[in-house]
Every structure is written in structure tokens, then in C-alpha cells.
Design a protein around this ligand. Structure first.
Ligand code: GP9
Ligand code: MN
Length: 688
């Protein structure tokens, strides 16, 4: 008995056991939850040793504390802290295929206010292993404290404690040198965060990220208008003039932007058990007269997902390398964005409709800086409406928009952010009457059901728009914001798409980032599927040109998709890119035709690839500079009035819009006024 007691109170044994268990948890995450792309025995060796240094450093603090019980508490807290960092990353990775940064934590807490079920749905059965040792540890602590008896345990000499800290530092330097030898300039070239985790571990990554964040903050404080020189040089030389045959074809029409949540291109024309998943969207996409649809259009979002898509589409600048631009910079940055441009250049009224709370992605602040006059968030919709995770069901949301929409002066620029087709694709048989896929992966299987629901919601919305006459006077811009099936689930989807899961690779993942983009213009006759490559960054210049507004004087990083000078290289947020012939992923080149990895040197395309890669990195870094240093505050295009966010207040919007109708009198162009001051709500078909 005494021996057992001795073992239990032996500090070295305790330290060893706690560290070993933590090491095992980290390795579990490396193997099961993260995909770190480890190649070769050296990298495996580094991966196995990389948790040691920081674990010893943190857990070793326990040796410095003389009193046994206090020492145990210190150890427990260190273990808890480290496990929290690990587990937060595991959950975050499952959704974003990325690691948590200080900035994304700051943004995430804001974001998570709107999430109810989703983080929960990201948990898995094996997660118990991340917490089991801590639970046992806690049990022991409670037992010891309940006993109240002082337990004697020989403290270790301070020199030994110091020796352990030194050993930790030494281990870290060995770890770092091995890593630098295997991957030179690891810390300077941080184009991929997973490299830092793979080589140095999660704790080191977290500290490294903290230092970087601090650096960005100080950069911003020293920014000046001089920073604009390179940016203007880039956007001016990159300008693509409009194609005269498309310029102004939608001039003066209402613009109805439909944001298809998590909607990928593969859903278009897809069938399940012989039934089309999205018959209505297919009918728009395949309308080769009135629709200009793109089949090689890619999303380019980073961690800011929906908000990154919104940012690119409305400001013409990229999202940030980490976190969401909306949450991190959106509250105080200066923008020259679509709602303000359309208002100032062509008298458009602007509004967003969304069934989630206004604070999600910091929208309630950002929209004011974008120049949105109206934001109808969750609070404008019937509070009893059914809510599945991220906001009320799309059918209810779209139906209820009518009461607000009809009071807006025309022409309007309106954006409808749908939300029901969002992971974890919650379904029930009442609302989601469509066969699921049968892959056995519920995310993949239910995705087609919520997508079908979204399609039905739109058909009903369009029925109303047609009945009320809005349809004929509008242009519809419809796009998918980003992937709905993350890379980690693609293999399960592969078979349903007729692809071989065993040969599925990074190239296939990249090709899956296609999302729909269509401009549907009732009455137009020259439509058809467009095959040119493009991405979300190109939408604003394209839209402005369709409206007959030249984007030349604005700082925008994309180019008009219809312009003969359109740049078809699509930049992903991590610096990879897709172009019509090649796909470049992490420094490796793939041939789009064969999907095989190729050697650019042997193919004599090395300089072409290098040039494209350089330009992609340059565009991303100039856009980051512009946003991080908030440089648009030093740049006002000719005849553009800077947006004053103070002018906007999103309370009592209907009252304000009704007052405008009254003040305009017979000149009022709202739907309500045009309908003889009567509501058009009855024209909406009953929700099915
Ligand atoms: C929530 C919705 C979802 O309001 O826009 O955002 P996402 O999780 O896709 O970024
Ligand atoms: Mn989204």
C-alpha cells in the first residue's frame, strides 16, 4: 500500500503521466482530426516529437510549486488550458479545415452568438479521449480535497525544476532546427498554417499567431496614404474595359441579389432517384436567352465564409488571410461598396434581408459602412417562425420580406441572404420532402434535401415577383457563397457524383469549389452558359458594367467576367489558384485535363506558372494591405461621397420607408405606391 501511495505522490511520475497522456491526445488529433500532409520519415519524426517541448514547459511549472495540493492544481490548470487549445482547434478544423487564430477567436465569439446547434453537431464520439484524462484528474483532485488530510509528497529541488524548463527549451530548439532543415524559411513563409502545426505543434502556432497579430496592429497605426501607390498601380494596370455588347444591358433595372447559402455548382442539374435536386434553379441556369450563367466560377472565401463572400462581392477586395474581415475590420474600415456606388451613381435604394440576428458576422455595423440604407434582420420577421440553427426557414423569410420590400423606392439593390441550406443540414420530413443521398455520411446525404428546399423557396418567391410585376423590371444575380461539403467529406460525396473515392485528391477538392453565378435578366435574349474562369472577386466589376457604370475609378481587385481583358486566374485565399489549364496547389501544378500532377519545368510552363503565382500573391497582399491599413480612408474617387455610417439606423425601417412614400406622393416608385397604396402580399403563393 505504501508503495502505491509513494507512486501516487511521486512528482516525476505524475509529470510523466500527465505529459504522456497529453502527448497521446495531440497525436490523436494529428492523425484522426487534422490532415497535415505529413510526408516521409523525418516529417513523421518531427510530428511525433513536436508536442514535447511546449508540454514540458507548461506542465513543468508544477515542479516549482512546493505544496503538493497546490502543485496538483497548477498542473490541472495547465492541462486544462492545453486541452482547451487542442479541442477548440479540433472543432474549428472540422468546419473550416484550418486552425484557430487569435483573430478568429475574437471574431468567433461574435459569430457563435448566432450558432445554436452547429458547434454541437461538429462533435464526434472519439472526442471523449480528449477529455477522459482530465475528468479522472479532476476526480482525484476532488477526492484529495474532500479528504482534507495533508498529503506528504517530497518536493523536487528547484534546480531540477529549472533543468526541466531548460530541457523543454532545448527540445524546442532541436525541433525548430530539424523543421527548418526540412522546410527552409518555415516561419517567414507562412502561406500555410498547417505547416507550422505540423512542424512545431499547436501551442507554438498559437504563440506565433499572437505575435503576428500584434505586428499587424502596429502596422496599421503607422499607415499613410503612401501605401496606396502600389495598390493603385496594380488596380489601374489590371483594369479590364467592359465588353460593349454587355455594357449597361441591365441599366435602371432593380437588382435582386440572391445569396444561395453553402450552395455548390455540382447541385445544378443533379438528380437523386431520378428527381432533379433544384429544378427551379436549373430552369434559370439553362435559360439560354435570359440568363448568363457561369460554369467555371469559384468561391474564394477564407475563414470568414459567408462574410468573405459578401465582402468580395460588394467591395471588390479579398477577405483576410485569417478570420473574417467583417468581424475584425468591418466596424471601422472605409469602403466604397456596391450599395453606396449604386446609390450615388444611379439613385438605387439598398436593402438586405436575412433571417438571422443582425450581429452575426458583425453585419449590423458593417452594412452601415457599406452604405446599406436598410437591413431587415431576424427582428423584422415573425418571432414564432421556425428556426433551424442559423435563422428562420427560407420559405418563411422570403415570404415575409414582401411587407418590407414593397415599401422600398425603385430602382432598388436588394440582397436576400438565405440560410436554411447550412451545415449541419438539419432536416425533417415535414419541410424537406426530397430523397436523401445514401452515402452513410449524414452531412452529404441531407445536403441535397436542404438544397431542394432552397430551390422550392426561390420558386415561390419568383412566383410572387412575377405576379407583382417586379420580375420584369429586375435583374437577378444569383450565386453560391462557398462549399457546403467540406474537403473532409468530399470522398463520401465522390461516389454519388460518379467519381472514384480511392483516387480522390487535392486537385479534386479544388475543382469542387465551383459555385453557381448567374445573371438572369428577364427580356434579354443573348444569354447562355459562359465557360470563362472567374471568382467572387470578379463579380462587382461585372455587375457594375452590366448596370452601365464603369468601375475604372474604384479600387477593385477583380475584373469584369465579360471583358476581353478579363483575368481568368482564380486566386484562392491561401495563395493557391485555378486557371483554365492548370491548378496550382501548395507549390504543385496539376493539369486540369488529366487531373494529374505535372512538372512545369519539363512542360516548359514554369515561367507562366511563376508569373501567375506571383500575381495571385501580389493581389492578395495588396488587398490585405488596403484593408489592414484601412487605406481607403485616404482615397476618395472623383464624384464619390464617402459613406457616413451615422446616417443609417436599422430600427423602424418600415415607418421610415412609408414616410418616404408619403413625402414622394405621386412620384413614389415603391411597389406599394404603384399598387394604388395597397399591399401586394396576397400575391405570394401559400407556403408548401
Ligand atoms: C449566418 C449565415 C451563415 O447569418 O450567413 O454564415 P456562414 O457560417 O456560412 O459563414
Ligand atoms: Mn455561408
Amino acid at each position: 500500500m505504501n508503495r502505491v501511495k509513494k507512486a501516487f505522490t511521486n512528482r516525476w511520475l505524475i509529470l510523466f503521466t500527465a505529459s504522456l497522456l497529453f502527448w497521446a491526445k495531440t497525436i490523436l488529433a494529428y492523425y484522426v482530426d487534422f490532415s497535415l500532409g505529413v510526408e516521409g520519415s523525418v516529417q513523421y519524426f518531427i510530428l511525433w516529437i513536436n508536442p514535447i517541448a511546449t508540454t514540458l514547459l507548461l506542465f513543468g511549472v508544477f515542479l516549482y510549486v512546493k505544496k503538493f495540493k497546490s502543485a496538483l492544481i497548477v498542473l490541472f490548470l495547465m492541462d486544462l488550458l492545453n486541452t482547451l487549445i487542442l479541442y477548440l482547434n479540433v472543432i474549428f478544423y472540422r468546419e473550416f479545415t484550418d486552425f484557430v487564430t487569435i483573430k478568429s477567436i475574437l471574431g468567433f465569439s461574435k459569430v457563435s452568438q448566432g450558432i445554436s446547434g452547429s458547434s454541437f453537431a461538429l462533435m464526434k464520439a472519439h472526442d471523449i479521449f480528449y477529455w477522459a484524462d482530465l475528468l479522472i484528474f479532476l476526480g482525484i483532485l476532488i477526492y484529495l480535497f474532500a479528504k482534507r488530510k495533508e498529503i506528504t509528497s517530497k518536493p523536487v529541488k528547484k534546480t531540477f525544476a529549472v533543468a526541466i524548463s531548460c530541457l523543454a527549451a532545448l527540445t524546442f530548439s532541436v525541433n525548430l532546427s530539424l523543421s527548418e532543415a526540412n522546410r527552409p524559411q518555415l516561419l517567414q513563409r507562412t502561406f500555410d498554417r498547417s505547416y507550422i502545426v505540423k512542424y512545431l505543434g499547436l501551442d507554438a502556432f498559437t504563440v506565433y499567431d499572437g505575435i503576428k497579430t500584434e505586428q499587424t496592429n502596429s502596422i496599421r497605426a503607422h499607415a499613410s496614404s503612401n501605401g496606396l501607390t502600389d495598390i493603385l498601380k496594380y488596380t489601374k494596370s489590371h483594369y479590364a474595359a467592359p465588353d460593349p455588347s454587355k455594357y449597361g444591358i441591365a441599366k435602371g433595372k432593380n437588382i435582386i441579389v440572391i445569396h444561395l447559402e453553402s450552395f455548390q455548382q455540382f447541385l445544378i442539374n443533379m438528380k437523386v432517384d431520378g428527381q432533379e435536386v433544384t429544378p427551379f434553379l436549373n430552369s434559370l441556369e439553362n435559360d439560354n436567352k435570359q440568363t448568363l450563367a457561369f460554369d467555371n466560377f469559384f468561391h474564394e472565401v477564407g475563414q470568414g465564409k459567408t462574410s468573405d463572400a459578401e465582402n468580395m462581392l460588394e467591395t471588390g477586395t479579398f477577405g483576410l488571410p485569417q478570420g473574417s474581415l467583417f468581424t475584425q475590420l468591418g466596424s471601422d474600415n472605409t469602403f466604397q461598396a456596391a450599395p453606396a456606388i449604386l446609390n450615388q451613381e444611379a439613385g438605387y435604394t439598398s436593402a438586405v434581408f436575412h433571417g438571422n440576428v443582425g450581429s452575426f458576422w458583425n453585419r449590423d455595423h458593417v452594412y452601415k459602412n457599406l452604405g446599406y440604407q436598410n437591413f431587415f434582420d431576424r427582428s423584422y420577421f415573425n418571432q414564432a417562425d421556425e428556426n433551424l440553427g442559423y435563422g428562420i426557414l427560407d420559405k418563411e423569410m422570403l415570404k415575409e420580406t414582401v411587407g418590407h420590400l414593397e415599401h422600398l423606392q425603385q430602382p432598388f439593390y436588394t440582397k436576400f441572404l438565405t440560410v436554411t441550406n447550412h451545415t449541419p443540414y438539419l432536416t425533417d420530413d415535414k419541410h424537406f420532402n426530397f430523397p436523401a443521398l445514401k452515402t452513410g455520411n449524414s452531412t452529404v446525404d441531407d445536403y441535397v434535401r436542404t438544397a431542394h428546399y432552397l430551390d422550392e423557396s426561390l420558386r415561390q418567391f419568383f412566383d410572387y415577383l412575377k405576379a407583382s410585376g417586379v420580375y420584369q423590371n429586375s435583374m437577378f444575380m444569383i450565386y453560391g457563397d462557398h462549399f457546403g461539403i467540406s474537403d473532409s467529406n468530399n470522398k463520401d460525396l465522390a461516389a454519388a457524383l460518379g467519381k472514384d473515392p480511392t483516387t480522390w485528391d487535392k486537385f479534386d477538392d479544388a475543382q469542387m469549389q465551383r459555385v453557381p453565378l448567374m445573371f438572369h435578366i428577364p427580356g434579354y435574349t443573348n444569354g447562355g452558359i459562359q465557360h470563362q474562369y472567374g471568382g467572387e472577386i470578379d463579380v462587382l466589376p461585372t455587375l457594375l458594367h452590366l448596370m452601365g457604370i464603369d468601375n475604372k475609378k474604384y479600387i477593385q481587385f477583380g475584373t469584369d467576367l465579360f471583358s476581353p481583358q478579363h483575368d481568368q486566374t482564380v486566386a484562392f485565399r491561401n495563395g493557391d489558384f485555378v486557371s483554365p489549364n492548370y491548378t496550382e496547389l501548395g507549390g504543385e501544378t496539376y493539369d486540369n485535363k488529366t487531373g494529374e500532377k505535372i512538372d512545369p519545368k519539363a512542360m516548359k510552363i514554369e515561367s507562366e506558372i511563376d508569373k501567375e503565382q506571383k500575381q495571385v500573391k501580389q493581389a492578395l497582399s495588396l488587398s490585405d494591405k488596403l484593408n489592414q491599413e484601412n487605406l481607403l480612408r485616404f482615397y476618395t474617387p472623383e464624384d464619390f461621397t464617402p459613406v457616413d455610417p451615422q446616417k443609417y439606423d436599422y430600427h423602424d425601417l418600415d415607418k421610415k420607408n412609408t414616410a418616404i412614400e408619403q413625402q414622394q406622393g405621386s412620384k413614389s416608385t415603391s411597389l406599394y405606391s404603384k399598387n394604388g397604396n395597397k399591399t401586394t402580399a396576397a400575391l405570394y403563393p401559400p407556403i408548401q
